[in-house]
Design a protein around this ligand. Structure first.
Ligand SMILES: Cc1cc2nc3c(=O)[nH]c(=O)nc-3n(C[C@H](O)[C@H](O)[C@H](O)COP(=O)(O)O)c2cc1C
Length: 424
């Protein structure tokens, strides 16, 4: 097991001996904005491309508090801390000059960071040798946004949230006739330097929604960008830095060349993407077996990527009509019985999620390539959110669980990556 994962486990004891204390006066910002000198283009929802971009990471709900307001986004995030930033290269995309952009969430606009010529681009940093027509995305993590609350465990959340953002790209792209390939094997060091991240922000993955322009070669683009502070209260975390550095080179990657096949109605899917929210508790409602099968189909579809990992999906069946209660994996029951209360306990005693759901999921893996496998768990989690919303059900990611006790429950010694609950 990767040492970082081992050192950041929650246990019944650790939660009680190290309760999280938040310094509210130092709360990081969740928005990064490049200076006004960079050309900014506001997204126009009448334009197909802008609409596509907005449905990846746009603001989709406003919350009012006595102390002020905050916004929720198309993509969920542990604690609504949104540690990830989205960048992309557009080449031959209608309405966008060819160049490298930052997606500015707060103003729903894109900032042009650098123009590109025909023979240069970010392709070589992502493993491509020819120019790619379309979008090449890059996902970064400003880890302090999450570490402010979740301390050392935050690197896990940065990767899960990044996975959600990658699957958000995938979901928005389902409304267009293009497949998205996830790219984990990217040149992190060179890209981090190129973007001037100053070790406060790191690239963790990319995604391609582009086709090669044949018979041409492409050079790696070079530009100089200023450091732009994306947290406003950065504090270094040595453990997280070491975890990132130890996992930034990927080894023995297996490509996944099979594309997923979803049967969503596009209009209904677009609605689901926009209205998706996290369920704060379930009413113990049951779902049908048809819904269960539809959900499992969405979760087990292949994920096109340059570095696939094996992830086990365990389902605790609490309330599915015409299905026995128990622990289920890959079409088989590992254990029969009412395990709802136990599932709720394992989710750090969040009983209103883990026990009151129709199904509670636990995702585990023993693979190597930690950054890739953890983001894959986030992608599966996001697919669950989308399919649940599409079916009129609720979903919540659960990043807090008792690691070792989940292992005992599912009877394996793999890394426990994520828990999720779906229901009514
Ligand atoms: C990786 C991850 C872990 C999460 N863990 C929990 C959790 O343990 N408990 C909980 O109530 N919500 C959890 N959430 C839900 C977030 O709090 C929620 O996404 C965030 O507040 C934004 O709200 P929204 O999803 O409705 O947009 C998690 C979400 C993600 C993506």
């Amino acid at each position: 097991m990767f040492w970082y994962h081992n050192q950041t486990k929650h246990s019944y004891q650790s939660i009680r001996t190290h309760p999280n204390q938040l310094s509210w006066h130092n709360q990081p910002t969740t928005y990064k904005n490049y200076p006004q000198e960079y050309k900014k283009q506001r997204l126009n929802m009448e334009n197909t491309e802008d609409n596509f971009l907005f449905h990846i990471a746009g603001l989709s709900a406003r919350k009012l508090y006595p102390s002020g307001e905050s916004y929720l986004r198309i993509n969920p995030s542990a604690g609504a801390l949104y540690p990830n930033e989205l960048y992309f290269q557009a080449r031959g995309v209608e309405g966008l000059e060819d160049g490298v952009y930052h997606y500015e969430v707060r103003s729903a606009s894109v900032s042009l960071l650098s123009s590109i010529d025909q023979g240069e681009g970010i392709e070589p940093y992502l493993g491509f040798t020819t120019p790619m027509k379309g979008y090449l995305f890059l996902v970064s993590a400003i880890y302090h946004r999450s570490a402010w609350k979740y301390k050392n465990r935050a690197f896990r959340y940065c990767l899960l949230d990044a996975g959600h953002l990658l699957a958000s790209i995938e979901a928005s792209a389902l409304c267009k006739p293009h497949a998205v390939q996830i790219l984990y094997d990217i040149k992190r060091d060179r890209l981090n330097r190129l973007f001037g991240f100053n070790n406060q922000e790191w690239f963790v993955s990319g995604a391609s929604m582009a086709v090669p322009i044949r018979d041409e070669e492409v050079r790696a683009v070079e530009f100089v960008l200023p450091f732009v502070d994306g947290s406003a209260s950065f504090e270094q975390n040595h453990l997280i830095e070491e975890a990132y550095n130890k996992t930034k080179e990927l080894h023995s990657c297996k490509r996944m060349l099979q594309a997923p096949k979803f049967t969503y109605n596009k209009e209904k899917l677009l609605d689901a993407i926009y209205t998706r929210r996290s369920q704060r508790g379930f009413d113990k409602g049951a779902i049908t077996k048809g819904q269960f099968n539809f959900i499992m189909d969405a979760l087990t579809q292949a994920i096109l990527s340059d570095c696939d990992a094996d992830i086990c999906v365990y389902a605790v069946i609490n309330r599915v009509l015409d299905m026995p209660l128990g622990l289920y994996k890959d079409g088989e029951y590992l254990r029969y019985g009412d395990l709802a209360r136990e599932a709720g306990y394992l989710c750090l005693e969040q009983y209103s999620l883990g026990a009151d759901s129709a199904i509670t999921f636990f995702l585990t893996s023993s693979d190597s390539n930690y950054q890739a496998l953890y983001q894959k768990a986030g992608i599966i989690g996001h697919r669950l959110y989308i399919v649940a919303e599409y079916l009129g059900l609720g979903c919540s990611g659960i990043g807090a669980y008792y690691d070792d006790e989940v292992n005992t429950f599912v009877d394996n010694d793999a890394m426990v990556l994520y828990a999720l609950a779906v229901g009514k």
